[in-house]
Ligand binder design. Structure first.
Ligand code: ZN
Length: 295
């Protein structure tokens, strides 16, 4: 195992100072080993997933060690974000994720979906089996989230109140259906759908904040946003800071662990240096997610 040095202590000091019982991270990746290895190969090859950027994976460890690292950081609950890039994969991924949640009690049981025949049935099955969060990846999946095939599945999730973390912003590289337009069409039809816009909607931060302002159940996760890495590529506009402060009850800590090109603690410092105060940090790093998931 790599030595991550003083990092656990630094992270525990961060949430300890805020008086929190730990962190909740809504955006961490666990997936079947051969799928994760494939993802890592993409990052290594500086492919479209990275927008051609150098992207060293900081926590390239075996699965059990990765979960232990999160526990060492005091992450009370995390997710197993996984997603298909083609039809015929989601049901298999959901089976793996259900088993992972069974053997990993601090992981929120995660599921995924794809626009394909049968999607409504397997989404219903996953919800019935106890899935507490879904992941959708519009860029990797290269589909329109407003696709007719997905309509009944969004309806099931809206009705069940199960949140969906959705990568729909155009960062780090745009896709055919990324950006706020297609998501706005989904929300117009399913206004109570609990979408959690990944990466704060980077780089379309303001448009996605606008959707959160318009729809009570829309939230955003902080994954990679505000870090030195992302600020170089897609800086968060300073003029939107007051809106970020006002949306403090709808922003959730996400990290992209383990696939991050910097130490985990940097995400926390990146949130702290926004200067929005301790109350905002407590809500974002723990309380909002604890409330949403009933932890
Ligand atoms: Zn991610």
């Amino acid at each position: 195992m790599n030595d991550h040095g003083d990092e656990p202590d630094d992270i525990r000091r961060f949430w300890g100072r805020l008086g929190l019982p730990g962190l909740v991270d809504v955006h961490t990746h666990f997936m079947p080993e051969r799928v994760l290895n494939r993802v890592w190969e993409y990052f290594d090859a500086l492919g479209p997933l990275t927008g051609g950027l150098e992207w060293p994976i900081t926590y390239r460890e075996a699965e059990a060690e990765r979960a232990e690292i999160l526990r060492g950081f005091g992450v009370r609950a995390f997710t197993a974000m996984l997603y298909p890039h083609k039809p015929g994969m989601a049901r298999w991924l959901n089976g793996w994720a259900a088993d992972f949640a069974r053997r990993t009690p601090d992981c929120l049981h995660t599921a995924t979906l794809f626009p394909e025949p049968g999607v409504e049935a397997y989404v219903r099955e996953a919800v019935a089996a106890g899935a507490r969060v879904f992941k959708a990846h519009v860029q990797v999946g290269a589909y329109d989230p407003a696709d007719d095939l997905l309509r009944p599945a969004w309806g099931v999730l809206a009705e069940a109140g199960v949140p969906v973390v959705i990568h729909c912003g155009s960062g780090p590289a745009p896709g055919k259906h990324t950006g706020p337009g297609p998501i706005a069409r989904v929300l117009a039809e399913h206004p109570r759908l609990r979408l959690i816009v990944a990466h704060m909607g980077m780089p379309e931060y303001e448009e996605f904040l606008g959707l959160a302002e318009r729809y009570r159940e829309v939230r955003l996760d902080t994954t990679m946003a505000f870090t030195d890495f992302s600020e170089r590529l897609a800086p968060f506009p300073r003029r939107a800071l007051p809106r970020l402060a006002d949306a403090g009850d709808r922003i959730l800590l996400g990290s992209d662990f383990p696939n991050i090109p910097y130490p985990y603690v940097h995400q926390l410092h990146a949130l702290e240096r926004l200067g929005l105060g301790d109350e905002w940090l407590r809500a974002v790093c723990h309380d909002n997610a604890a409330k949403l998931f009933g932890l």
